[in-house]
Design a protein around this ligand. Structure first.
Ligand code: ARG
Length: 271
């Protein structure tokens, strides 16, 4: 977990679209343009491979599973162990078997959660090497973190997400490789805000302004000193540059219509 990432799981957007509404960003009436989605996704893949130097593993897209592109929700992977997601919404539950099969084929030790224990993978579980954080309430059940903490032998600090717009932890919380945290405090309840303040020293906290949080600035992929983030977030880019990071903006507005951006479209795999 963290930023030693050099292999990333992605899934091309052949069948991406808005076919149902399970978060406030999604409007079936606000259709995506499939040519634009493909071009944006390919540019993200190009930046990750050529500019950032990661290795991408491509899953096979499946018709009828429009959100399979959001591989952050495949599950969580660390130390050779993969725990596949258990989606809260029936609309996404068809993805579970595909992600589970992919992990098995890759030789991961696959550990399954109980079917009634909702967990949406690296969309909700993020952290630094020494401290993991788990978003809960909107998608993942808090009880999943007791089990995950046993599986990985790590302490996981649960953080309650209170804003429907920021329904996964990775929409409002982004740990950086140098130990800084880029985040949007208003997405958390006061107890979670206090937990964050207690665990991450003040000089390491980078607060994203509301307008850019709403463009999913926190949904960024940090690999070493590179940060791939959605375009249209100049203040966030300036804050990153001040701290020695190289921001790589990519226009991903078609994916924002589904409530996702750069980070949601990736899953960090271990070496
Ligand atoms: N439409 C998808 C959903 O609502 C978007 C998932 C975005 N993924 C993420 N890791 N935040 O489930």
């Amino acid at each position: 977990m963290g930023n030693k990432v050099s292999r990333i799981l992605v899934c091309p957007p052949d069948y991406f679209g808005i076919e149902y509404e399970i978060n406030p960003w999604m409007r079936v009436s606000d259709a995506t343009d499939s040519e634009k989605s493909k071009a944006q996704w390919h540019e993200l893949a190009r930046v990750l491979e050529e500019d950032v130097g990661t290795k991408l593993e491509r899953m096979t897209p499946i018709k009828g599973l429009p959100d399979l592109v959001f591989t952050a929700n495949a599950g969580v992977v660390d130390e050779g162990k993969a725990v596949p997601s258990r989606f809260r919404h029936q609309e996404r539950q068809g993805e579970e078997a595909h992600f589970e099969r992919w992990f098995k084929e890759q030789g991961y030790q696959v550990i399954l959660l109980e079917p009634d224990c909702y967990f949406e993978g690296a969309g909700d579980l993020l952290g630094f090497p020494d401290a993991w954080f788990g978003g809960y309430r909107q998608r993942t059940d808090i009880k999943a973190y007791n089990v995950l903490s046993e599986i990985y032998g790590k302490q996981i600090l649960p953080l309650e997400l209170v804003s429907p717009q920021f329904y996964h932890l990775d929409t409002c919380f982004c740990p950086l490789s140098g130990g800084e945290l880029m985040y949007y405090p208003a997405a958390f309840d006061t107890y979670a805000q206090a937990t964050i303040a207690h665990r991450v020293e003040e000089h390491r906290r980078i607060i994203v302004p509301q307008a850019e949080a709403e463009r999913f600035a926190c949904n960024s992929v940090c690999v070493g000193k590179h940060v791939v983030l959605p375009a249209g977030c100049p203040e966030t880019m300036a804050m990153l540059q001040d701290r020695g990071y190289t921001p790589h903006p990519v226009n991903l507005d078609q994916f924002l219509k589904s409530g996702g951006s750069a980070k949601c479209l990736t899953l960090a795999l271990d070496q």
